[in-house]
Design a protein around this ligand. Structure first.
Ligand code: ADP
Ligand code: MG
Length: 688
């Protein structure tokens, strides 16, 4: 009998060509693939919970007799049914219902319901529970916990359960291959772990499963993280097999540039510049992550790296995530590099028609040595004559594959471009080991001298008037301030509206003050005008949405008010706060929060008051919000694992590295099967 890695899902009952096709979209083709499609969570339908023991927020089965059913006319019409067991009563509530439904809930009917209890206007309630009528002595509860599978569309939970249940039966005849070296496993074997996670027994420790700390989960999480680590390793190896221009260090040019800066580099800047410079001199492409807190001087280091490429006759592309940031970089780089007779250009989405053509043709002809822009730089029609280095700012918004696509702009005969990725969002070590194992990492861990730490206070919104007065005072004394408006909604339009309303209100209250406004809905020229007015001191208060999060540099601004900071992640708050404290004046940040503030909210904002160290803040953010939020990659799916969870499994990471290392050294034949098993695809990079 063939191993289950070789048996098609078509063998299973109920799987015809249509379903097989849908399964293939999940990367599921063989029986074994199904076994690795693991539940996201579990429901406990193995027991009936007495109503009195139902707790808020936990899914339970309850069973009782309908005492009363009626339509209630509150804020919203709803059908309510009170049901009672020996221990207490609970209200079922349906906002969508039919007449037949109401009739079926007649008093005396015995119901079994599954749902989540919550506090409602009439005590414990369940909204839209699953329910059915049962006989008093029905013995048909489930025998194991009910898995809930990840699914998008096309395949229902019952279908997944049936498929995976069938796949489990095959385990009695053939086991999936154990791919980790024996001595590295976590106690529970592979098959036992899979069986346990697809159908945990009724007495399974739900709490452990929820946390991800059951031995079965640990076993598989280790394997998954090893597979992930190996795939990044393959990616990197493949990348290094390609050539890149060797760009020799250019000490004279750098000396000239340093005198343009007008300040010496810090020790940390020197160190990372040496690392980068060494990479650039090698004949294969650099992939380096440059981390450093806001204002630590990354851009300055990037300019030195750019100059090394230019001095070797190559072009440099600098990509920023927003127009405002691109603008800012354009100004910095022009100031530094124009005096050295270097031709610069810029290319963003707003450059159109003739001007755009001119720019792209000058890039193609190699007349522009350094071009700053947004992702518009990487549109198809943009061709570089001799692209040698790509610098990406704020990389946490890009995924691994986007990262690589950028360097392909170099002409094939010249090899790939080197790549330097800058991020001001410090990435906790635990995360970078997983998310960026394909990058080398340089860290600027020292601020330029003379920086004043920003003192941060938490003030509740009832003292808003006092804060407004304080802003007025600071501005009268010649300083400048930001007033940042936040909204939970992602919608640009709503954010813009909110900022506009605040600006109007402040203008009314502070008629003597020049107040600017900037938000994502303004036209690029308007944004630029608002920034220029603030930079030149024409306006002293700038009301803004979080568009000013990154890169904006106005040293005279020394006060920042952030409204509703509880809505933002810590990393984002840290970014925002980094806009002040860039000059020599003592700087302040006021977190103007909305009451009541949850305990978690208090703890989070407390971190901002206590620490100004981006790494400490990022570590806390990870604990409080999870990696998807911290990396800003929920959309890209970069950190979506099947079993592994971070930070819950962070303690496995050292082991992950050693196991992955051992596999690379002693069992390279296991690399492909592991990647294949966990990522569902052949690593396209390993094929070459
Ligand atoms: P980042 O990109 O890390 O936010 P920048 O490179 O934009 O930081 O530098 C922030 C500010 O500090 C800029 O105004 C820059 O000119 C200044 N700066 C950078 N390095 C130094 C240094 N070594 N000494 C003094 N000022 C510096
Ligand atoms: Mg910067």
């Amino acid at each position: 009998m063939p191993g289950i890695a070789a048996i098609s899902v078509r063998e299973l009952r109920g799987v015809g060509p249509k379903l097989a096709e849908k399964l293939a979209e999940y990367g599921i083709r063989q029986i074994e693939d199904l076994l690795f499609h693991l539940p996201l969570r579990y429901q406990d339908r193995t027991r009936i919970t007495p109503i009195a023991a139902a707790r808020e927020g936990i899914d339970v089965v309850i069973e009782g007799e309908v005492k009363l059913a009626d339509v209630a006319y509150g804020k919203r019409r709803s059908l309510v049914a009170r049901i009672q067991d020996g221990s207490g009563t609970l209200t079922l509530r349906f906002f969508h219902f039919s007449a037949a439904q109401k009739n079926n809930l007649s008093p005396g009917t015995r119901l079994r319901c599954f749902g989540q209890a919550r506090r409602g206007s009439s005590g414990l309630e369940m909204y839209h529970p699953e329910y059915r009528e049962v006989q008093a002595d029905a013995h048909d509860l489930d025998e194991s916990l009910t898995p809930v599978y990840p699914t998008t569309a096309g395949i229902g939970q019952n279908q997944w359960r049936s498929l995976c249940g069938q796949a489990l039966l095959y385990l009695q005849r053939a086991e999936p291959r154990e791919l980790l070296p024996v001595d590295s496993t976590q106690g529970m074997g592979l098959s036992a772990s899979l069986i346990y996670l697809h159908s945990p027994p009724p007495d399974a420790a739900l709490e452990l499963l929820r946390e991800g700390s059951h031995p079965a989960q640990l076993h598989l999480a280790l394997e998954e993280l090893v597979a992930h680590n190996l795939s990044l390793h393959q990616l990197r190896k493949q990348h290094q097999r390609e050539g890149a221009p060797a760009l020799a260090p250019a000490p004279q040019a750098i000396t000239a540039l340093l005198s343009e800066f007008g300040f010496p580099l810090t020790g940390a800047q020197h160190r990372v510049l040496d690392e980068i410079s060494g990479d650039l001199a090698k004949p294969y492409p650099m992939l380096r992550l440059l981390q450093g807190d806001v204002g630590s001087g990354k851009t300055v280091v990037a300019a030195c790296a750019a100059l090394q490429a230019i001095a070797n006759g190559y072009q440099v592309a600098i990509m920023a995530p927003t127009e405002i940031l691109a603008e800012q970089h354009w100004q910095s780089f022009s100031t530094w590099l124009e005096p050295l007779n270097i031709e610069l250009g810029w290319l963003t989405g707003r450059l159109k028609g003739k001007k755009r053509e001119q720019t792209t043709s000058r890039i193609a002809a190699g007349q522009i040595a350094l071009v700053v822009g947004t992702h518009a730089l990487f549109q198809q029609d943009v061709e570089f004559a001799r692209l040698g280095l790509v610098i990406v700012d704020e990389q946490h918004r890009f995924g691994v594959h986007q990262r690589l696509a950028l360097t392909e702009k170099a002409r094939p005969e010249l090899g790939r471009a080197h790549q330097l990725v800058m991020t001001a969002t410090p990435i906790p070590r635990t995360l970078s080991m997983v998310a960026y194992a394909d990058l080398d990492c340089s860290i600027i861990d020292e601020l330029p001298p003379g920086r004043q730490p920003v003192s941060t206070v938490l003030i509740d919104n009832s003292r808003r008037e006092q804060i407004i007065a304080r802003v007025a005072e600071a501005c009268k004394a010649g300083r400048q301030a930001y007033w940042v408006c936040t909204l939970i909604e992602e919608s640009d339009a709503l954010q813009a509206q909110a900022a506009q309303a605040v600006a109007e209100q402040l203008r009314e209250q502070l008629p003597g003050l020049a107040i600017g406004l900037i938000h994502g809905r303004l036209k690029p020229a308007e944004k630029e005008a608002a920034m220029t007015a603030f930079k030149s001191g024409q306006t002293s208060l700038l009301v803004a949405t979080t568009v000013i999060e990154v890169g904006v540099d106005v040293p005279n601004a020394s006060l920042m008010i952030i409204e509703n900071p509880e809505r933002l992640g810590l990393a984002q708050l840290h970014q925002l706060r980094g806009r002040v404290g860039r000059g020599s004046a003592a700087s302040h940040c006021v977190l103007l929060y909305q009451t009541p503030l949850s305990a978690n909210g208090k703890a989070r904002l407390g971190v901002m008051r206590e620490s100004s160290d981006g790494f400490v803040i990022a570590e806390k953010d990870l604990q409080l919000r999870g990696p998807g939020e911290v990396l800003g990659t929920r959309q890209t799916g970069l950190m979506e694992f099947r079993v592994a969870q971070l930070p819950a499994h962070a303690h496995l990471l050292d082991k992950v590295q050693s196991v992955a290392g051992a596999i690379i050294a002693h069992h390279p034949e296991l690399i492909e099967p592991l990647i294949q098993r966990w990522t569902g695809t052949d690593s396209e990079f390993a094929k070459v």
